[in-house]
Write a new protein. Structure first.
Length: 155
């Protein structure tokens, strides 16, 4: 069941279907990544809804490295154009997931924020993407975007 759950999550993402992704999450979901930080419950689902709604040319590939009834490790790649700059991004990510009641209850994505900044922001990201001030600004912009998305949908 766990391998199928992970495949369903990423197949939904590849199809731009955030509702399939959110359906794979437990109501007590805890998500974390270098850009959004920690998100819980509805915030995690709304992040995926926002990303799918804004993704014009998103391509997702995934490979389940290990999966059992407790959790999974997944290597996945997202390719897309970063809308704020029009720059192409290829983000290589390692996800670790934990399961409860047949759903994903903990999901952590790890990737190089400096590498992401270098691609998404160009020269400024390459030169300063390692720095805490720029990383803090990127995180604040991501959270602000999620807040705007949630406000627009009435949450």
């Amino acid at each position: 069941m766990s391998h199928e759950l992970v495949d369903r999550f990423y197949t939904g993402f590849a199809a731009g279907d955030a509702e399939v992704m959110v359906d794979c999450y437990h109501t007590d979901i805890r998500f974390e990544d270098p850009v959004f930080g920690e998100l819980r419950g509805p915030d995690a689902g709304d992040m995926w809804r926002m990303l799918c709604a804004n993704a014009a040319d998103l391509r997702i590939e995934h490979e389940v490295e290990a999966a059992d009834d407790v959790g999974a490790t997944v290597r996945w790649t997202a390719r897309y154009t970063f809308s704020a700059t029009g720059r192409p991004v290829r983000n290589n990510i390692v996800a670790t997931m934990k399961f409860r009641d047949g759903k994903i209850v903990d999901h952590r994505d790890e990737f190089s924020l400096w590498r992401w900044c270098s691609q998404a922001l160009g020269l400024p990201g390459k030169l300063a993407g390692w720095s805490p001030p720029l990383q803090t600004r990127v995180r604040a912009m991501a959270r602000k975007g999620l807040d705007r998305y949630r406000a627009a949908k009435g949450d």
